[in-house]
Design a protein around this ligand. Structure first.
Ligand code: MG
Ligand code: MG
Length: 246
């Protein structure tokens, strides 16, 4: 799908709301705070900006953000979990403005974290930016995954296979999907107006995942730490434009 300038303007506005949800939840996340409280903080941003949630009610999801601590990779449901010093926490946020979607995630340390956790967060964010740099017209989409995988594996970490990025626009999850690894094919050729959510999930240990009984929370099979970063990005004549930055 190629978005018009008018559509991209709406996606920019949705992206700004998501960036504001990031700032607000990041500021609120500290030892003693529950993940449900972070969801409340994010809801207040949506209300203040007159935006709606693309997460709430998605296949029955009960919150406006996903909160995934430590060995949880993605899709954690905010609730009674109390953040502890030394945790790492992935916060995934989304918003709809005038029918157009934004989607972005980050991982942060709660208080002081281990050197390995810090390195995992840094490498995962760096892998996202390496992937974003591939979003240029004429390039093959799957170069994104190759770039992400190169960065993550060079640091000795692994990339999750079962969960991937996606095109985004009038729905949160549009086709095509965007693997975070080289899938052996080049994929579609990028055109201006294409918009993608790129979202590497990187594990300290093996890439294997397990779905918990709540049917949402995805954790590492080996219990190792996992980090997740995501932005929504448009392919433009001038190169990649990240829509979910403040
Ligand atoms: Mg997301
Ligand atoms: Mg996404």
């Amino acid at each position: 799908m190629r978005r018009t300038a008018a559509e991209l303007a709406k996606m920019r506005r949705a992206g700004k709301v998501v960036a504001e949800m990031h700032e607000a939840t990041r500021a609120a996340a500290r030892p003693g705070v529950t993940t449900a409280e972070l969801d409340t903080v994010a809801r207040e941003v949506l209300e203040r900006r007159g935006a709606t949630s693309n997460f709430l009610g998605y296949h029955g999801f009960p919150a406006v953000i996903c909160t995934s601590p430590n060995a949880m990779i993605v899709h954690g449901i905010p609730g009674g979990y109390v953040l502890e010093e030394g945790d790492i926490l992935s916060i995934d946020c989304g918003a709809i403005v005038e029918g157009y979607h934004g989607d972005a995630a980050f991982t942060m340390g709660i208080g002081t974290i281990s050197k390995q956790a810090q390195m995992l967060i840094e490498v995962t964010e760096r892998s996202l930016w390496a992937g974003i740099a591939q979003l240029r017209k004429g390039n093959a989409l799957h170069e994104v995954g190759r770039a992400v995988q190169d960065v993550a594996e060079a640091a000795g970490f692994s990339v999750v296979r079962e969960y991937v990025g996606h095109a985004i626009g009038t729905a949160m999850h549009e086709q095509p999907q965007v693997p975070n690894y080289w899938p052996g094919t080049k994929g579609p050729t990028l055109k201006t107006g294409n918009v993608f959510a790129i979202e590497p999930m990187v594990n300290v240990g093996s890439p294997e995942t397990v779905l918990l009984d709540d049917q949402w929370s995805v954790v590492t099979a080996d219990g190792s730490l996992s980090a997740h970063f995501e932005h929504t990005i448009a392919v433009t004549e001038e190169g990649p434009e990240v829509l979910t930055l403040p």
